[in-house]
Write a protein that binds this ligand. Structure first.
Ligand SMILES: *Cc1c(COP(=O)(O)O)cnc(C)c1O
Length: 441
């Protein structure tokens, strides 16, 4: 399968090139040239299949031309070491819980798959070590570090701003050891990002070392997110006791709390592959650039504002380019996706109300998704929202809202018992370059 750039100014790439490069040379995002439909028999029997079986069939459609089936299925099975249960919350609304992976957030799926695919490509060529550089303000670093943990031939350097990430985020990437090094930068997130960008542009370093990124726009992080949309549908259909392949097309609404729009775009890919869904809703926080686009037809990026749902604080969603590549124009986008946006008071009110009435604890991101369904579902429709993180990841915020303590699940508590190890670094590129030249190989 060939991958084209959304800016159409770069040559087509193979899967391997798209994964290793991440961003196309013209700064566009890679898109597969075709989206394959899955056969009616798949949708007829999906409720009888396991998550891993479903994901292997979806992976075959995306990657089957480029990776031998047995290898691909091993990568998929290794990636999906956890379930994504569909849990009823209130009448007609279910939560697709994507927080049962190592770092308790949905980014685990994409990060784990990308790590394994990159490991496959580099191992196959008998190549020298690949060094993944990632700058993080918190959550991306933990998903990438845990996703790549123990993958042979790859070393990950996580750059994070000293004192500016939460304790629990910091422990998720500083306690791992092995092939993960945490670099604690005396500066801001922007400084971390500048160090990483400078390293990618530095000719000396790139001659000496094999450097790559694990950015969320990478096709190997983005496409596997489609897996759990199919798994959600399988569970929903199983519960309804339905067998018709088309069941859902006239009633199922999927709502995705969105920031960079990678997660929802993977859902739209699933829909293009024939997943029987009626419509999608993108739920935003106060960073409502997409909702404004739906209303006005103008895409006006603006600086992000800080909210309780901070992983969605994005002022220029990078995957908007993929949504446009998929649908082409404003009217078509509006036919497929609607929008909603909520401020911090509404997020808090939703968390409190759902906890009091249904004893289900939402995280601030999932709260936007739930509320959009609660307000916009029409008679006869059923809704699924993606619960993108465990509420305990936002322990202090959620405790203040419900006025009760929130326990850390064992997986998160285990990180807190680890031993923090980091390399102190100034925000000066010369120092970082010296460090990489001597430490990395
Ligand atoms: C990253 C993230 C989002 C936003 O996902 P996008 O793919 O960027 O739209 C939502 N919720 C949580 C918890 C996240 O970490």
């Amino acid at each position: 399968m060939k991958y084209y750039s959304t800016n159409h100014q770069a040559p087509e790439a193979t899967l391997e090139q798209a994964v290793v490069k991440g961003l196309a040379p013209d700064r566009g995002l890679y898109m597969p040239e075709r989206i394959k439909q899955l056969p009616a028999s798949f949708y007829e029997h999906i409720q009888e299949m396991s998550f891993q079986q479903i994901a292997c069939q979806v992976a075959d459609a995306f990657f089957g031309e480029d990776i031998p089936a047995d290898t691909l299925h091993r990568l998929v099975n290794d990636t999906l070491s956890f379930e994504t249960p569909l849990v009823p919350v209130s009448e007609g609304i279910d939560s697709l819980e994507l927080f049962h992976g190592p770092t308790s957030a949905f980014k685990d799926v994409g990060a784990r798959f990308m790590a394994r695919l990159l490991g496959y490509f580099t191992g196959r060529q008998g190549q020298r070590q690949v060094n993944v550089l990632v700058a993080t303000s918190g959550d991306t670093g933990s998903a990438v570090a845990n996703g790549f943990l123990g993958v042979e031939g790859i070393h990950v350097y996580v750059l994070y701003p000293k004192g500016l990430v939460s304790d629990i985020q910091e422990m998720q990437f500083t306690t791992l050891g092995r092939n993960i090094t945490a670099v604690e930068v005396d500066g801001t997130f922007d400084d971390c990002q500048r160090l990483v960008k400078s390293a990618f542009m530095d000719e000396d370093l790139n001659r000496q070392l094999y450097l790559t990124s694990a950015n969320s726009i990478n096709v190997a992080r983005f496409l596997p997110q489609a897996f759990y949309y199919f798994n959600a549908y399988a569970q929903w259909k199983r519960r309804a006791g339905q067998t018709a392949p088309d069941y859902g097309r006239d009633r199922l609404v999927i709502c995705v709390p969105s920031g960079n729009f990678g997660n929802i775009t993977a859902g739209l890919f699933a829909w293009e592959m024939g997943l029987p869904v009626k419509r999608f809703i993108a739920a935003n926080n106060r960073n409502d650039i997409f909702l404004k686009y739906l209303q006005s037809g103008h895409y006006d990026p603006r600086p992000s504002v800080a909210t309780l749902a901070n992983a969605m604080d994005v002022g220029d969603p990078s995957n908007f380019a993929r949504v446009m590549a998929l649908y082409g124009d404003h009217a078509t986008v509006c036919r497929h996706v609607s929008g909603a946006a909520y401020n911090d008071e509404q997020i808090a009110e939703t968390i409190r109300q759902v906890w009091q009435q249904h004893r289900y604890l939402l995280d601030p991101h999932g709260a936007c998704g739930y509320r959009a369904l609660q307000e916009h579902l029409q008679p006869g429709e059923s809704g699924i929202f993606l619960e993108t993180a465990h509420p305990a990841k936002f322990k202090h915020t959620v405790e203040a809202i419900i006025g009760e303590p929130v326990a850390l699940p064992e997986r998160l508590a285990a990180f807190m018992r680890g031993q923090k190890q980091s390399v102190a670094m100034s925000a000066d590129f010369a120092a970082f370059k010296r460090y990489l030249s001597t430490e990395a190989h």
